[in-house]
Design a protein around this ligand. Structure first.
Ligand code: UDP
Ligand code: MG
Length: 334
């Protein structure tokens, strides 16, 4: 049976929650993050832990993390051997969580830790995945908003797994959802899609996404574009089929055009003109062919990376939380 906040007895004490925080060059804001997060965890009648994942930061993130771990026994640390990117930092973190539930939080305080109790409440009521859905995007440019909206619309059409829009990685996952994630060992990872793929009881919780507390976003447009490509190719082979259809349509058009040229020559003779039309048809077909090859290449490249079977990430240091303590106000509410 699922441990319950409202229930009684030893069950309550045994429920544990880990807050998983991937961080890349977030030294500036981590202390404030820890202050706010621990204040929230203190008030939860659960055994709680924080697991920071240092994704190969180049700033003082790691020393700051060490001091944060020294300051509180609930804090565990994981340091990757280099920067692997957020998707893999999350994967590494999930692999090292053994609690009953995991909450994923960005280190920049864009996802307010104060919402954790609401997530926990839904989890206690039997929901496996409670995902934060952004009501509005403060501090983000209109371009990012427009491109994000376009991406979600495209994914909704392409992907076989429905992907809730405007949900990031901010979410709570139950043990069985986390366990299910362990089974997905693909190297080309699009976490939002994988989270959705897992299924079980999922729910969205609308929240206001705050601007960054400190530092800068690590996702520039190029990185976002690549993430979008990852999402599309990981969850749909429709682009390959589109290439086929474009090929079929252009050859059909070329065939009709050929018929027209033959008819024209038979009726009116040949005047050897047509350099512009020849050029435009040639260039168009060349372009279409290259595009189709490019699309095939995208999938082939991913197949190639997948076939190497490299480990997803490498851990440099793993310092688990010193002990599983509960917050000071760990009193069963009655
Ligand atoms: N992050 C990471 N590895 C990376 C890039 C980002 O672990 O290579 C972390 C980052 O420290 C932050 C979270 O992922 O905690 C979200 O990153 P960011 O705030 O830059 O993304 P945005 O909120 O702008 O989409
Ligand atoms: Mg952010």
């Amino acid at each position: 049976m699922r441990p319950s906040l409202l229930g009684l007895g030893a069950e309550i004490v045994s429920a544990s929650l880990t807050v998983l925080v991937p961080a890349y060059n977030e030294g500036e804001g981590l202390r404030e993050f820890q202050r706010r997060t621990l204040a929230v965890l203190d008030a939860l009648p659960l055994r709680t832990r924080v697991l920071y994942v240092d994704d190969g930061s180049g700033d003082d993130t790691w020393p700051v993390m060490l001091s944060l771990a020294a300051a509180d026994a609930r804090v565990g640390l994981l340091k990757l051997s280099r920067n692997f990117g957020k998707e893999l930092a999350l994967t590494a973190g999930l692999d090292h969580c053994d609690s009953d539930a995991v909450v994923i939080l960005d280190a920049d305080l864009q996802d307010p830790p104060e919402l954790i109790p609401l997530f926990v409440e839904r989890w206690q009521q039997g929901v496996d995945v409670v995902a934060g859905q952004r009501a509005e995007r403060q501090g983000e440019s209109w371009l990012k908003r427009v491109t994000a909206a376009g991406f979600y619309r495209l994914m909704a059409r392409l992907a076989a797994t429905p992907m809730p829009r405007d949900t990031g990685d901010f979410r709570l996952m139950s043990r069985r959802a986390v366990d299910a994630m362990h089974g997905l060992r693909e190297r080309q990872r699009f976490m939002k899609g994988l989270f959705a793929w897992v299924g079980f009881r999922q729910e969205a919780l609308v929240y206001q996404r705050a601007p960054r507390f400190a530092g800068r976003s690590k996702f520039n447009y190029w990185r976002l574009w690549n993430l979008a490509l990852e999402g599309i190719t990981s969850f749909s082979t429709l682009p390959l089929r589109v290439a086929t259809y474009i090929g079929v349509l252009t050859s059909l058009a070329a065939f009709l055009f050929g018929l027209w040229i033959i008819a024209k020559t038979l009726l009116w003779g040949e005047f050897v003109a047509g350099y512009p039309s020849l050029m435009s048809v040639m260039l168009f077909l060349g372009g279409v062919q290259l595009m189709a090859l490019g699309i095939i290449g995208e999938y082939l490249g991913r197949l190639y990376m997948e076939s190497k079977q490299r480990p997803l990430y490498l851990v440099d240091v793993h310092a688990p939380a010193a002990c599983l303590t509960s917050g000071p106000s760990n009193v069963v509410p009655n």
